[in-house]
Design a protein around this ligand. Structure first.
Ligand code: B12
Ligand code: SF4
Ligand code: SF4
Length: 321
């Protein structure tokens, strides 16, 4: 059954699949409690909720025995117009990755049920996860042997690099388990040195309040004044700590997933195109994109800050575009 699940995951189009035993994440519970107590999560209060569920999958999904973890490569060779406000690569595609991965997880589940029966899954509980629930996805991927959690906090696959999304399927069957991946960051500190806001701390925590990704997507209201001069041109998300990682330079290869086909506008638009974007256009063009998460007003606010002079974190003066 283990072999069937892993082979089927690859046939469906995932780039990797590993399996971990469902158990209490004792060390992570201690870490997470402290991380939350220090307020590192900012306004993301949903991270405080369901603490017990977050650290034990058997509480989220009654009967869960194994955590099947999948990776989907989103590395790309496409580059934005150099005069455009920057968008994180994870949001280049027409289709939101949540949709793509949920669809693939459902396909995997369907094939497992066809072969091994309905009792493999708890039908009364959500058991397919992408970003959407209290599941420490990076830790499960590490425990399932798919990579290690780097100093930049990303799950880094030794084969694919860190531009990978994580999807999780919780199953009520005992399976053969992979060995957790060991740390391969070594003495490297490139991501810590490159982060413009010092959001990455030495003990491997991240202060999300300082993270450009949080500030430009998750934070309600405007970007904090102390972060604005450090935005480095990012309008939606931030890829700096991934871009500088040597594992991506060596291992990341452009994905070939048709479902992750890029949006022409994201690649071709210059600063003026973005500045002229109207709400109806946003709704039409980004209808299925991950960028809907920030919403039009937040995006506009971010853009306005970027249109400020360079000394204030903006992109002005433009040298063309
Ligand atoms: C909240 C969140 C954010 C927040 C907070 C980031 C953070 N590091 O926590 C913000 C908005 C800043 C964010 C940004 C990004 N995110 Co995000 N995010 C999440 C989300 C929804 C929850 C993460 C979470 O629980 N954070 C709380 C912290 C404390 O948990 P953690 O980082 O997972 O760390 C745990 C373990 O690693 C471990 N741990 C870590 N350090 C240590 C140290 C010790 C000593 C111990 C014992 C344990 C330990 O314990 C922690 C808690 O138990 C996950 C999806 C999910 N449900 O997991 C996606 C997720 C982590 N994000 C993802 C992505 C792609 C990003 C961005 C790259 C997007 C972008 N380009 O803008 C950036 C990267 C920023 C960064 N360097 O982390 C992907 C990561 C894929 C990967 N390869 O790792 C995920 C998994 C979504 C997905 N399904 O693919 N994100
Ligand atoms: S995503 Fe950007 S701001 Fe956030 S930790 Fe990485 S480099 Fe720093
Ligand atoms: S840049 Fe270096 S320290 Fe940071 S995650 Fe990559 S290998 Fe690890």
């Amino acid at each position: 059954m283990t072999e069937f699940i892993k082979n089927t995951a690859i046939e469906i189009g995932f780039d990797a699949c590993g399996i971990a035993k469902a158990e209490f994440l004792e060390e992570d519970a201690v870490f997470l409690k402290q991380w939350l107590a220090e307020g590192n999560h900012g306004e993301m209060s949903y991270l405080e909720r369901n603490f017990e569920n977050r650290t034990d999958p058997r509480i989220i999904v009654e009967g869960c025995k194994s955590v099947v973890v999948t990776l989907l490569n989103y590395a790309t060779d496409y580059r934005q117009n150099e005069h455009a406000p920057k968008v994180s690569k994870y949001a280049y595609s027409k289709l939101d990755y949540h949709t793509v991965i949920k669809d693939k997880l459902l396909q995997l589940e369907t094939k497992i049920i066809e072969k091994y029966g309905e009792d493999c899954f708890n039908k009364d509980r959500q058991h397919r996860f992408v970003d959407s629930a209290p599941v420490l996805e990076r830790r499960w991927a590490q425990r399932a042997g798919l990579g290690w959690i780097g100093k930049n906090k990303m799950l880094i696959s030794p084969r694919l690099g860190s531009y990978v999304f994580i999807g999780v399927l919780m199953i009520n069957k005992d399976l053969e388990y992979d060995s957790p991946t060991k740390d391969r960051c070594g003495t490297c500190t490139k991501c810590i040195d490159a982060c413009p806001t010092n959001a990455i701390t030495a003990n491997r925590g991240i202060d999300a309040r300082k993270c450009i990704s949080y500030q430009t997507i998750e934070k309600k209201g405007e970007i904090s004044p102390e972060i604005r001069p450090k935005l480095s041109g990012w309008m939606y998300g931030c890829d700096i700590c991934n871009d500088v990682c040597p594992w991506n330079r060596v291992r990341a290869r452009p994905n070939a997933h048709v479902q992750l086909t890029v949006l022409d506008e994201v690649i071709s638009w210059n600063a003026a195109d973005w500045a002229n974007l109207t709400q109806p256009e946003f709704k039409r063009i980004f209808k299925f994109s991950a960028m809907r998460r920030a919403g039009f007003s937040k995006l506009k606010q971010n853009m306005e800050i970027l249109m400020l002079p360079k000394s204030a974190g903006g992109l002005q003066p433009f040298d063309g575009g």
